[in-house]
Design a protein around this ligand. Sequence first.
Ligand SMILES: [Zn+2]
Length: 309
Amino acid sequence: MLRVVVLGAAAGGGVPQWNCGCPVCLAARTKHPELQRTQASIAISADSDHWFLINASPDLRQQLIATPQLHPAPGKLRHSPIAGVILTNGEIDAVAGLLSMREGWPFTIYAHPRVLAILKSNSIFNVLSERNVRREPIEVDAAFEPALPDGSPSGIEILPFAVAGKSAWYLEGKVHPAGDAGAGDTLGLRIRDKATGKFFYFLAACADATDDIKSRLAGAPLVFFDGTVWRDDELITAGLGSKTGQGMGHIAMSGDTGAIAALSGLGIDRKMFLHVNNSNPALLCDSAERKTAEQAGWQIPADGTEIAL
Ligand SMILES: [Zn+2]
């Protein structure tokens, strides 16, 4: 059985964001704590004993405290069920949590060479000694099976594929440590339990639901998809920033080319938005935008939501 725990569903900054007084952040901080969400990450396991994180958010420490499945096993002085971390991009909200995993527990980081190059070029990540923390390159369109700590197979097959997106925001206008050409900065994942054949998709960042993406996702039992913004220009119109969703590498939920329209009619059983920005009105439970999303079959999961496939 493949188990999935949503550790966090929010985009960078979380809900509420430390310096934000927008309506969603204000409500999350005051009358509606149920709106609070940590930054996007999920945990997966095929055997319920060993877990892999998909991305390591800056809120990882808080997420691990809140998730009993990821606590040290009873009776062990030092232990973690976390066997590895699979990175789908190099954004701060996907990699900063690695710095909270620096206390000597061995695990493996799986990432595209472009993302590994970013980690390598930032000496702060050397705090994860390569003696304990192996860095394993993964390739676009090449399925791999992350290993358990004793080297045995995990029973989980992961197929990374290229998704339209941007390289990390902090590299904008700078030379990418891996050079400017080539895909791999933004990956989608198909995650499959080898024993049962059950699978789901994870695309927490996606700038464009292309025909390729749509044909991959058609008929899937479960899809986690980029829900950063409701409208492409919502940060600008709300006076919160100067960037569009597209400018940050994220598709909007709404509109003719948005995620809701693009993924409708594909026969996907469960559709969940992840990486939802605090500016997004669909976070508000009684908003018209939330109703529209729900009527189209979408959920915005609460942190801690567990799904078994
Ligand atoms: Zn806000």
